[in-house]
Design a protein around this ligand. Structure first.
Ligand SMILES: [Zn+2]
Length: 313
């Protein structure tokens, strides 16, 4: 039996539960999403393939700094909604800088998308390449009362996306702390959740360089696919160990605990969607002066490394 065909038939119990109660969707049948959620077939959908050479430099875009992410939230709760691992925040940090985001945006949750041992699972592509995984920090515009209200507003959400590689030679300390409830088998099945006794800041997750990024207008990548998201996708990935990736690949299930032969949650990504004339912007001029014999993929990474050396943290 093809596991992809059986995966992820889940009731939507996430941030948009009120709007979608009773509906279901599946990563095994993505082409059917638009049947129940018409917005999934509209023109500004996410994710996309971010092509560096096609992105337009926007000199008004500022630098994200690590200090923005320093403040730990009041509470953090990890949960398994059957299709991802999500950490809900209360008292999350806010970003209040018009050069970064058009409004005051508050962090409400983060979650991940990932592949398995033999295939990659990021949502966005970068120059056609798919990474092993992707972390999304979801923020809502504080002109609205909460995430659920903002989710269907055109200026409602801002998501920061970070690619994830599983090539780090040691465990990523922040990720290890985050996945402890998973390594100890407490939130590995559908509907399970647990609050952390000690909260930790998002800053601990971030790669060194967060000033090279891409920006475009898009959507939620799961039903109901609302076109309410200003996307920011960073060039430098978060790196975790193979052992940590293995926890995601093999120990998280879409079924309730006690179910026999439960299906795994992995390859929980939506494929790249058409740009349909949208412009992708980028934050820096950091390109074009090095060897063009290098693949752009590597060149941008080098460029980011150079910036990282200049900006001493
Ligand atoms: Zn996501």
């Amino acid at each position: 039996m093809n596991i992809l065909n059986t995966l992820f038939f889940v009731a939507v119990v996430g941030i948009l539960a009120d709007a979608t109660l009773g509906a279901s969707w599946s990563y095994g049948d993505i082409s059917a999403w638009a049947t129940n959620y018409a917005t999934c077939a509209t023109q500004q959908q996410s994710p996309i393939d971010i092509v560096h050479d096609d992105a337009i430099v926007d000199t008004t875009l500022g630098d994200f700094t690590h200090a923005l992410f320093d403040a730990p939230p009041q509470t953090m709760t990890i949960k398994n909604p059957g299709y991802t691992v999500q950490i809900d925040l209360t008292g999350g940090y806010t970003i209040d800088d018009p050069s970064l985001l058009p409004g005051v945006f508050k962090a409400a949750q983060f979650h991940l998308h990932w592949g398995n041992s033999s295939s990659a699972g990021s949502e966005h592509l970068f120059n056609g390449n798919q990474y092993w995984g992707e972390l999304h920090i979801v923020h809502y515009n504080t002109k609205y009362p909460d995430l659920g209200t903002a989710a269907n507003e055109s200026d409602g959400l801002a998501v920061l996306g970070f690619f994830i590689t599983k090539d780090y030679p040691q465990d990523n300390t922040a990720v290890q702390r985050m996945i402890q409830p998973l390594t100890e088998d407490r939130v590995n099945y559908n509907s399970e959740s647990e609050s952390y006794t000690t909260t930790f800041s998002m800053e601990t997750f971030l790669p060194n360089n967060i000033s090279v990024y891409y920006r475009y207008q898009g959507s939620l990548t799961t039903p109901p696919c609302y076109e309410s998201v200003m996307w920011t996708v960073f060039s430098e990935p978060i790196r975790i160990s193979t052992a940590q990736a293995n926890i995601f690949e093999t120990r998280i299930f879409s079924a309730d605990r006690g179910t026999s032969n439960p299906d795994l949650v992995n390859n929980n990504y939506r494929p790249a969607q058409p740009l349909n004339g949208r412009t992708v912007f980028r934050s820096t001029q950091c390109s074009g002066t090095g060897s063009f014999s290098m693949p752009t993929f590597h060149f941008v990474a080098l460029c980011a490394t150079v910036i990282g050396l200049i900006i001493v943290r």
